[in-house]
Design a protein around this ligand. Structure first.
Ligand SMILES: Nc1ncnc2c1ncn2[C@@H]1O[C@H](COP(=O)(O)OP(=O)(O)OP(=O)(O)O)[C@@H](O)[C@H]1O
Length: 349
């Protein structure tokens, strides 16, 4: 076990802890305000929680019970945020060489290390430039090189691609994929592709508490929290299994296909189905064997050659023709209908 990170910050209603194995990358996910940045700030030493424990490779960096609280620069932790925060008066090379220089590495060697890391992130050609003239994507590459040149034992990335143009994101993601392989890291992201391509594991925070923790692919194919379901692009409803159907938490009954390991009557379950499995009508179908829900359409969003209809809890993907035929607009009431065979029901925990 390489990182143990736990913190309680009552003022922000955050109380969470998790562990990461050496070389593992965890994607920390959750709604805005869920507490993701708070946990990173505690790990980096920028925020002192009332109660907290950060242990890296067996070394306590923070242990409020025993009065341990190492300052940020003695933690071996690098935090990279949306904003690259490069020193404007230094060249790119000197920005990256700054970490090794402050560890006492001679200038020549520090510059060689900086060149090495700049080439790792595909930015060696920028070495002589000043940060002011760089694009957002270039500056973020340099910031990654600078973080790595400091030789951190733990790398924390807080939405490193959030402020970049969509065109540069795939290339930077590819760079991060190389950088994060075999590195102990936590990446905060809202993007499902980041989670899939960069992380071995995802941890989902909701209101400052961990609601889901597991292998990335498992979480995205079998989400247990509403946030992970939205990220994975599936609908998710929670309820209790009766042995025959699901009694939904917010009332109503749902018929679906129970998946292995089979839930027992009384078990908490979630039911998931894809937006394109939903048929949309203006009125609730009568006497249909399908599951039907009365919903109010909140938003219409283009999605390739389909339109995604969003309601408070569910999404449906329909053709533009259907939207026109049914005269669907935000605020319209409609019926969503799903066959039982399209619904997976699986046990929680
Ligand atoms: N500097 C601060 N002082 C006080 N409260 C804060 C501060 N920063 C954040 N909070 C509060 O702490 C809670 C957790 O915020 P945090 O920034 O950790 O969430 P987050 O999951 O990183 O959100 P986002 O996705 O919006 O960055 C929120 O209720 C937020 O309003």
């Amino acid at each position: 076990m390489s990182l143990e990170l736990g913190a309680r910050v009552a003022e922000r209603d955050v109380d969470a802890s998790f562990e990461i194995n050496t070389g593992q990358t965890v994607a920390l996910l959750g709604e805005n305000g869920a507490g993701k940045s708070t946990l990173l700030a505690v790990a980096a030493g920028l925020l002192r929680p009332e109660r907290g424990r950060v242990v890296l490779d067996g070394q306590p960096l923070l242990d409020t019970d025993n009065g341990v609280d190492l300052p940020p620069h003695r933690r071996g932790v690098a935090l990279l945020s949306q904003d690259p925060l490069l020193f404007p008066h230094l060249t790119v090379l000197d920005n990256v060489a700054f970490g090794p220089r402050s560890r006492g590495v001679p200038r020549r060697d520090a510059q060689q290390q900086a060149e090495h890391w700049l080439s790792q992130v595909g930015a060696l050609d920028l070495a002589g430039r000043k940060p002011g003239g760089l694009s957002g994507g270039q500056a973020q590459r340099v910031a990654i090189a600078r973080a790595l040149a400091a030789d951190p034992r733990l790398l924390l990335l807080d939405e490193p691609m959030a402020s970049l143009d969509v065109e540069v994101t795939p290339a930077l993601r590819q760079t991060l994929r190389g950088v994060l392989a075999d590195r102990t890291a936590v990446i905060v992201t809202h993007d499902v592709l980041d989670a899939l391509l960069l992380a071995d594991r995802v941890v989902v925070l909701e209101n400052g508490r961990i609601v889901e923790d597991g292998d990335t692919r498992v979480v995205l194919t079998r989400p247990r929290s509403r946030f992970a379901a939205r990220l994975a692009g599936v609908n998710l409803l929670a309820g209790t299994w009766t042995g025959d159907h699901v009694e939904l938490d917010d009332g109503g009954v749902l018929f679906g296909m129970a998946a292995e390991p089979l839930p027992q009557p009384g078990d908490r379950v979630v039911a998931t189905f894809k937006p394109h499995a939903v048929a949309v009508y203006r009125d609730l179908p009568q006497g249909s064997p399908r599951n039907s829900f009365g919903v109010r359409i909140d938003e219409l969003e283009p999605l390739g050659d389909l339109i995604r209809l969003r309601t408070e809890q569910l999404s449906a993907d329909v053709t533009l023709q259907a939207v026109a035929d049914l005269d669907l607009t935000p605020g319209t009431w409609a019926a969503f209908s799903v066959k039982a065979t399209e619904i997976d029901v699986y046990r929680l925990a």
